[in-house]
Design a protein around this ligand. Structure first.
Ligand code: GDP
Ligand code: MG
Length: 448
């Protein structure tokens, strides 16, 4: 991936004393290739490289940094520049409801993201209403309804019985939804639209009509980050027709390191505003250019991780856990299950590992991410679920026949139950030792 390639080109520079025309050229060639391979558009890559070259040549006298560090810094600053220095602001209409039009190809994540956006706005104190004008696929409207219910958001369903699917129906639903939003005191209307598998003239016409009719404050292009160059091409098509106000990159929890973000930003001239990082409604975050550049360059995204941990982890629970585990009271399977649940709240293990820097002590974590078996967590949890309360409190009472029953209940092999019990015993022991050491240290500190 891009990050590894860049790291490699930086490594070549690392052994050198100063930046020269020659080693700058070598590094730039590598960087250009790396950018192209990670779906950065050809013209975008060319522009970037020229800017970086100019800056690199001009910075030859700055000597506090090694050549490798200089190039990293220049590349980093340049990418941040392209992505927009600040986190993009959200635009609201002076006269509510603010209308947000979601655009994008089928499967890009529009419906999921409409729900995520609604939830995010709700958290910010807004009252969003959702409407789906994807009248071509009844399942799509049903999907939005389910999403709305799951996050407790208003939805305008409208009556579509007996009416042929087509642009007139789409326009009627949109018109009614806006009126309904105003009636219900909703300050924002999020319009989830139909998507096709490819750019389609009829669809574009419909989107243009919706734009004219609704005068949206935001037209957000939703792109599947995993589709790379295709996402960039459709971003261009949608922007040419609709003049989007920003984009949202979904599926950033996958393999993509964000090369598409650069291209889409550059091609549309509009900021990437949010990232989708999972299927759940809270796997969604405002886009921070400096952070994603860190991710692209393999410098990790510790800031995001810490922020997420802060928001999601229950501090009181965590503290109570630490106290209990480290005290003589021990670490039960119940505690183990609770810890698993807390970790799961942070997102998939893959997405967590990806945010760690790919250098220094964390080297190798990125590769580890590819091999993580997410289902392992669920399996362990279901094993613990299949135990009785008593067993969770005191695992030593679990005999051979109970192990079999538990394995059956959880749908796993007995060996997995055995492994879990062994692991738990080891952890228990470790915590106890740590606890004993800790209190000794505490005593020593107190006596000074
Ligand atoms: P639409 O056709 O544009 O409305 O796309 P959907 O919202 O129906 O999403 C298509 C698929 O992508 C669904 O299976 C979603 O769960 C999935 N999806 C959407 N956003 C994300 C994301 O950020 N991460 C992951 N892993 N999956 C996503
Ligand atoms: Mg949809």
């Amino acid at each position: 991936n891009l990050s590894e390639k860049l790291q490699r080109s930086f490594k070549t520079l690392r052994g050198q004393g100063t930046l020269t025309d020659e080693n700058i050229n070598d590094a730039l060639r590598e960087i250009r290739l790396a950018l192209l391979e990670s779906d950065v558009n050809l013209n975008v890559a060319k522009d970037l490289i020229e800017h970086i070259r100019t800056k690199a040549l001009g910075s030859q006298v700055a000597t506090a940094l090694s050549p490798a560090e200089q190039i990293v810094k220049i590349v980093r600053d340049e990418l941040v520049e392209v992505l927009g220095r600040d986190t993009a602001r959200f635009k609201f209409a002076s006269q509510p409801p603010t209308v947000i039009l979601m655009a994008g190809l089928q499967g890009s994540g529009k419906t999921t993201t409409s729900g995520k956006l609604a939830q995010w706005l709700k958290k910010g104190g807004h009252r969003p209403m959702l409407v789906s004008v994807d009248v071509y696929r009844p399942a799509a409207r049903e999907q939005l309804k389910v999403v709305a219910q799951s996050i407790n958001a208003q939805i305008y369903e409208g009556d579509t019985k007996g009416e042929a699917a087509g642009t007139p129906l789409v326009e009627r639903l949109a018109r009614e939804a806006r009126r309904e939003a105003a009636n219900y005191g909703c300050d924002i209307l999020i319009v989830d639209t139909a998507g096709r598998l490819g750019i389609d003239e009829a669809l574009m016409e419909e989107m243009a009509l919706l734009k004219k009719q609704l005068n949206p404050s935001e037209i957000l292009f939703v792109a599947d980050a995993m589709t790379g160059q295709d996402a960039v091409n459709s971003a261009k098509a949608f922007n040419d027709k609709l003049t989007i106000t920003g984009s949202i990159l979904t599926k950033m929890d996958g393999d993509s390191r964000g090369g598409a973000a650069l291209s889409i930003r550059q091609i549309t001239g509009q900021p990437v505003k949010f990232l989708g990082t999972g299927e759940k409604s809270d796997a969604f975050e405002p886009f921070h250019p400096d952070r994603i550049v860190g991710r692209i360059l393999g410098m990790g995204d510790i800031a995001t991780l810490l922020e997420r941990a802060d928001e999601k982890l229950d501090k009181t629970k965590a503290e109570a856990f630490a106290k209990k585990a480290l005290s003589g009271d021990g670490f039960t399977l119940e505690d183990f299950r609770e810890q698993l649940r807390q970790i799961k709240k942070l997102g998939s293990m893959q997405s967590i590992l990806k945010m760690l820097p790919s250098v220094g002590p964390f080297a190798g974590m990125q590769q580890a991410a590819a091999n993580v078996d997410e289902s392992q967590f669920t399996r362990v949890e279901s094993i613990i679920n299949s135990m009785t309360n008593k067993e969770r409190q005191n695992s030593s009472i679990i005999n051979g026949s109970r192990r079999k029953r538990i394995a059956m209940g959880a749908g796993v092999q007995v060996s997995e139950v055995n492994n879990l019990l062994k692991q738990h015993a080891q952890m228990s022991k470790m915590f106890k030792t740590m606890g004993a050491g800790g209190s000794k240290m505490q005593q020593r500190l107190m006596s000074q």
